[in-house]
Design a protein around this ligand. Structure first.
Ligand code: SF4
Length: 209
């Protein structure tokens, strides 16, 4: 990566980390994917139960594979026949891995969900939440973060899951109420009441979408 881009990301990440701290959340900066994985694994004690929701970024840094093959209890919700049992198991996990649809320079996280399984676990349930966030997700303010979530992340996710939404055909949000919409819930995480619950690793790379 160009050194000037790296420097910009490093400086911006310090601002984001400061903002997270002011919101009772903890931020870290990783200079590359490998370092992000190292930091993540240093946070999650061996033996912990770990689950995830829509965490492409965690896959991209190799964290999901490391947890699945390591000394952890990985809760794979896809393996549950009963969705309610899967949800209850996720709520009870020690760690929940997630990416963010967008976040702000001052540490606010923005996430959109259809079934709410991801945003509900971020809001409450698992003892810890670990976000893996590429610097491409950092926006100047909440307005920019919401626009990114709705005009970049959501249309790509709608295409990824083969959903019949206007954005999957046009590439931009049409503020739909179609039965397939994935924009049912918007979660803005601006403060955590529980110190040590929410951790965010900012990665000097473009991750997810
Ligand atoms: S509201 Fe509808 S059109 Fe807009 S991003 Fe969500 S699913 Fe797509």
């Amino acid at each position: 990566m160009d050194r000037n881009i790296e420097k910009r990301n490093e400086l911006l990440a310090q601002k984001v980390i400061k903002g997270l701290g002011s919101r009772n959340m903890t931020g870290y900066y990783a200079k590359d994917r490998e370092e992000a994985k190292r930091i993540a694994l240093s946070l999650i004690p061996e033996g912990s139960s770990v689950t995830m929701g829509g965490a492409l970024s965690a896959h991209e840094i190799g964290l999901v594979e490391a947890v699945q093959t390591g000394n952890y209890v990985f809760i794979d919700r896809a393996k549950f026949e009963n969705p309610r049992e899967a949800m209850l198991a996720a709520y009870d996990a020690d760690w929940f891995l997630s990416s963010a649809n967008a976040m702000t320079e001052d540490g606010v996280l923005v996430n959109i969900d259809g079934n709410a399984n991801r945003v509900s676990c971020i809001a409450n349930g698992p003892k810890h939440v670990l976000f893996i966030v590429g610097m491409n997700k950092v926006c100047s303010d909440i307005d920019g973060a919401m626009k990114r979530a709705r005009n970049v992340a959501a249309p790509i996710n709608a295409q990824r899951f083969g959903l019949n939404t206007p954005c999957s055909k046009t590439g931009a949000c049409q503020n739909c109420k179609s039965p397939d919409t994935i924009c049912c819930q918007f979660l803005i995480t601006r403060f955590s009441r529980h110190a040590g619950r929410i951790h965010v690793i900012l990665v000097n790379d473009a991750l997810g979408f």
